[in-house]
Design a protein around this ligand. Structure first.
Ligand code: EPU
Length: 308
């Protein structure tokens, strides 16, 4: 499978990293090697690559900015596709923009500020890609991605392209209409006309609020759990006295209970065990069953493992 992926990538001149440690590409900084990491640039290359891999019978795993995935420590038998894009790939039309899914959210915010476009300041400091922010309907400080998305072009696992005009009911809290095997090729966003100085001030205000309430330093995946209806996962974890709880190099943040911080020495196993410990303790003490916001990519089981 790795060979086929390498051949397809070579033919299409797509960057291909063999046996690439996922830790280097995930904000939690853990995870063993993937058979191959393919990084197509721009919409056309991404479309051609996914289509060709499908025709070659190579199943793929899709990765956005890597801020919401925790990958297991062992080998990952999968071929991972992570589209990449730069500021020059965005097409601006007044307050509207067509943005590649692979663009880093931070780059989009910088460009919007430069153009005096307002609306996305709530996302200041968020890691991850625009595509990932759409799929998970990222939100913070009263803002939410869904408010700005007008249409999305999606690429299915077999290479077919589908354009979706956003309608009522397409987004909910931390979820969207995008299917698990669909890749966000590009997104039509609508912002509002403002001015650069006002956008800068609001961005700084958000940055200050984030710095006061969320951990700085170490590596993390943002919030681990979704907020349960009518409450906050961080508040529940805090109320259960779990802040500071440790497993190896992983600890529940003392600043915000819904963050797990890797001090740089944690393994994925440390983090996943700590997540389970927190979940079990919150369920035992409060009766609330917390649901994951992050995605877990289990490593490929070693042959013979788990068999009797
Ligand atoms: N709280 C505690 N202890 C804690 C953390 C929070 O008591 O350790 C209390 C706070 O005092 C506050 C309430 O819980 O009364 C809510 O806290 P916060 O304002 O930090 O918001 P949150 O619901 O915990 C959500 C998002 C964050 C986003 C912030 C800011 C989720 C799961 N989390 O957190 O998003 O940055 O609001 O608006 O929806 C993420 O999605 O990765 C993420 C970090």
């Amino acid at each position: 499978m790795r060979r086929e992926a390498g051949l397809v990538a070579g033919r299409l001149a797509v960057e291909c990293l063999a046996d690439e440690p996922l830790a280097a590409h995930l904000s939690m900084r853990v995870g063993g090697p993937a058979a191959a990491l393919l990084r197509p640039r721009g919409v056309e290359q991404t479309r051609a690559l996914v289509g060709a891999l499908a025709r070659a019978g190579v199943p793929v795993r899709l990765l956005g900015g890597g801020s919401n995935v925790i990958a297991g420590d062992g080998r990952h038998d999968s071929v991972v596709v992570q589209p990449v894009a730069g500021a020059e790939d965005v097409v601006w039309d007044g307050a509207r923009a067509r943005v590649p899914g692979g663009l880093a959210l931070g780059v989009l915010l910088r460009e919007a500020m430069r153009r005096g476009l307002t609306g996305l300041e709530w996302a200041a400091g968020l890691p991850g890609s625009v595509g990932g922010a759409v799929v998970g309907n990222a939100g913070a400080f009263g803002g939410e991605m869904s408010r700005h998305v007008r249409a999305v072009e999606l690429l299915g696992a077999s290479g077919e392209v589908r354009r979706h005009a956003v309608g009522a009911g397409d987004f909910a809290y931390r979820s969207s209409f995008v299917g698990p095997d669909e890749l966000v090729l590009d997104v039509d966003l609508e912002l509002e006309t403002g001015d650069t100085e006002a956008v800068r001030r609001e961005t700084e205000r958000v940055n200050r609020r984030r710095a006061a309430t969320q951990p700085k330093g170490g590596h993390s995946s943002g919030c681990i759990f979704k907020n349960p209806e009518g409450d906050h996962a961080g508040r529940l974890i805090d109320a259960c006295g779990l802040k500071g709880r440790r497993r190896g190099g992983a600890r529940v943040s003392e600043t915000h209970g819904n963050f797990i911080v890797n001090d740089g020495t944690a393994t994925a196993t440390d983090i996943l065990e700590l997540i389970e410990e927190v979940r079990a303790e919150v369920a035992r003490r409060t009766g609330v069953s917390l649901e994951l916001e992050i995605k877990i990519w289990q490593a490929t089981p070693v042959a013979g493992e788990g068999s009797s």
